[in-house]
Design a protein around this ligand. Sequence first.
Ligand code: 5GP
Ligand code: ZN
Length: 112
Amino acid sequence: MADCLFCEIIGKTKQARIMHETEDIVAFHDLNPQAPVHILIIPKKHISKLAQAKSEDVELLGKVQYAAMEIAKNLDLSDFRLVMNNGRKAGQTVDHLHYHLLSGRRLLWPPG
Ligand code: 5GP
Ligand code: ZN
């Protein structure tokens, strides 16, 4: 997708600290980390937000969550949070579906 920051990271035309990649998924360190571990996990397919996902994307969505689990396991994280913001008022600033994997500090609940 043109003019999509995360599609540029997927296409390697924009630099990012990629730490996990499969045929369908890329994970990279957030530029502005909110915790000692802050990794973004995204599908390579451009889906602007979860509300735009189709039934054909169900397997892909499962793969994203499974990748988060594998990354957490590889980093030896026993406690972590997986967050997804859908829409501006929920905090979404980049219009390419992404999940935040946060860990390394005590995480408050409920989030703001
Ligand atoms: P959102 O607010 O949409 O849920 O999350 C977007 C996230 O992307 C933010 O945590 C922000 O710091 C991160 N981000 C924005 N631009 C870039 C970038 O160019 N590179 C990386 N690695 N992260 C980015
Ligand atoms: Zn995109």
